[in-house]
Design a protein around this ligand. Structure first.
Ligand SMILES: Nc1nc2[nH]cnc2c(=O)[nH]1
Ligand SMILES: [Zn+2]
Length: 451
């Protein structure tokens, strides 16, 4: 029995049944006939065995009626963590995938993002993306908004209202030759970033934090990058951006920052690689750059759907893990066409298999390892692993109740299946119909509550 200190607050509810989650040591830990109690603050109060139910109910003073029994096809798993998603690109997800990155940005992305000056449009798109990702089991999302401060604040409000844990970034870019009306001056970018941080923090949303968001090196002058590095440092904030996604982009960075030794060095010189940094992609990083990530504690977000869809590159996840760089998965909507983290899991496995096809010596990722990347790995990548990522007493209860045999769902079970098989089927074949309930910090956020 894993229990907290004895100053336990009241138990709000208890689940009994199968739990699956990851630990740093075990990619998949299965607890069968377990009891998991959540306190009134939304934290995991205890995890015990079914046969300890009498003792636990006495210690934690809950009645048998507080216990919900999961059925034989169900399990609880930690909520999934999308470490990189552009909320502002959701309206065209599933389209516009016929160009490489730099052309795609100029032709599709910047024109759409510039529309977020209009708060009514922003409200529509941001409400849809938050609801969709929650339904798909994303309990934590690390969002890019646009350069518009008020729309980015609105995204913070919407994530708070729907109960999703989120990092929200107002995008910074003081360089854009292709779509000149979609950029800021350096001064505007700094001032508006400061306003965004101050106003978002003032609202005291318990699960929503600001993240300093230089779009990527080609969109920013060195002066702005350095200012943003200082802002993040002075306020102890998260940082997100993109790195080494596509070869043409890397060449452009070399031209724009001739004094830097590498793409990573551009960010490092500006204090943007910290243990609260998450950089998307990194498909083409050298081993030396990966070593710098390890040293600084900066993390990578692997976004395989986007990397395939924009023909950007194929990240060798095994190599990243061997370098002990923190790593999570991201959907990268709309470069990635799916907003579901289950898709990110599948594409990660596909990518690893492609590497094995190319080189039989390559050690293919297992579904258990990828499950860990989608949950605990993501929490580590976002430096939120003290709050979320797995079922550990004292962490917030961020969880999915999954029914592999949900009526009308995509999976047919012929017989009772062991938990490991149930999880594998869900990861490979499941969808939101299998996600019966979603909890964030102990609050049920799916099904949605009536407004
Ligand atoms: N995939 C992707 N890469 C980027 N690099 C800079 N901006 C973007 C973006 O919006 N999407
Ligand atoms: Zn991105």
């Amino acid at each position: 029995m894993e229990t907290p200190d004895k100053s336990s607050t009241a138990i709000a509810f208890v689940y009994r049944g199968t739990l699956v989650h990851s630990t740093p040591k075990e990619a998949l830990q299965i607890l069968e006939d377990a009891l998991l109690g959540v306190d009134s603050e939304g934290k995991i109060a205890f995890i015990g065995e079914g046969n300890e139910s009498q003792k636990l109910s006495e210690v934690f003073r809950f009645s048998p009626s507080a216990v919900t029994q999961l059925d034989q096809h169900e399990f609880l798993m930690p909520g999934m963590i999308d470490t990189h998603i552009h909320a502002s690109q959701y309206s065209y997800a599933g389209t516009a995938l016929d160009m490489p990155l730099l052309q795609w940005l100029n032709n599709y992305t910047f024109p759409v993002e510039s529309q977020f000056k209009d708060l009514e449009f922003a409200n529509k798109v941001y409400t849809q993306v938050v609801k969709r990702t929650l339904r798909n089991g994303t309990t934590t999302a690390c969002y890019f908004a646009t350069i518009h401060t008020d729309a980015a604040l609105l995204l913070g409000q919407i994530t708070n209202d729907f109960g999703q844990r989120a990092l929200v970034g107002k995008v910074c870019m003081d360089r854009n030759d292709a779509v000149q009306h979609y950029r800021e001056t350096s001064q505007e970018s700094q001032d508006e970033t400061n306003r965004f941080i101050k106003e978002l923090l003032n609202r005291k949303y318990p699960l929503v934090k600001p993240v300093v968001t230089p779009r990527f090196a080609p969109s920013c002058t060195e002066a702005l990058l350095a200012q943003l590095g200082a802002t993040a440092k002075n306020n102890n904030l998260h940082i997100q951006s993109h790195i080494s996604e596509n070869l043409e982009e890397i060449k452009l960075v070399k031209e724009l920052f001739p004094k830097s030794e590498s793409y990573s060095d551009v960010y490092h010189k500006c204090n943007l690689l910290t243990d609260k940094t998450v950089m998307a992609h990194g498909c083409h990083l050298s081993d030396k750059e990966l070593a710098l990530f390890r040293e600084t504690g900066a993390a990578l977000s692997h976004c395989p759907n986007s990397n395939f869809s924009l023909c950007s590159g194929l990240l060798n996840v095994r190599n990243v893990l061997n370098h002990k760089v923190k790593l999570g998965l991201g959907t990268d909507v709309a470069g990635g066409y799916s907003s579901s983290m289950l898709d990110a899991v599948r594409r990660t496995l596909d990518g690893s298999k492609v590497l094995t096809i190319q080189d039989r010596e390559h050690k293919t990722l297992t579904f258990e390892e990828v499950f860990r990347l989608a949950t605990l790995g993501g929490s580590q990548a976002l430096s939120l692993d003290e709050q979320t990522g797995n079922f550990q007493v004292g962490k917030d209860f961020d969880a999915l109740r999954v029914n592999v045999a949900a009526p009308g769902g995509p999976i047919d079970l012929i017989k009772y299946e062991e938990p490991q098989i149930r999880l594998e089927k869900f990861l490979n074949l499941g969808d939101d119909r299998n996600i019966v309930e979603v909890f964030v910090a102990g609050r049920k956020v799916v099904p949605f509550r009536e407004a």
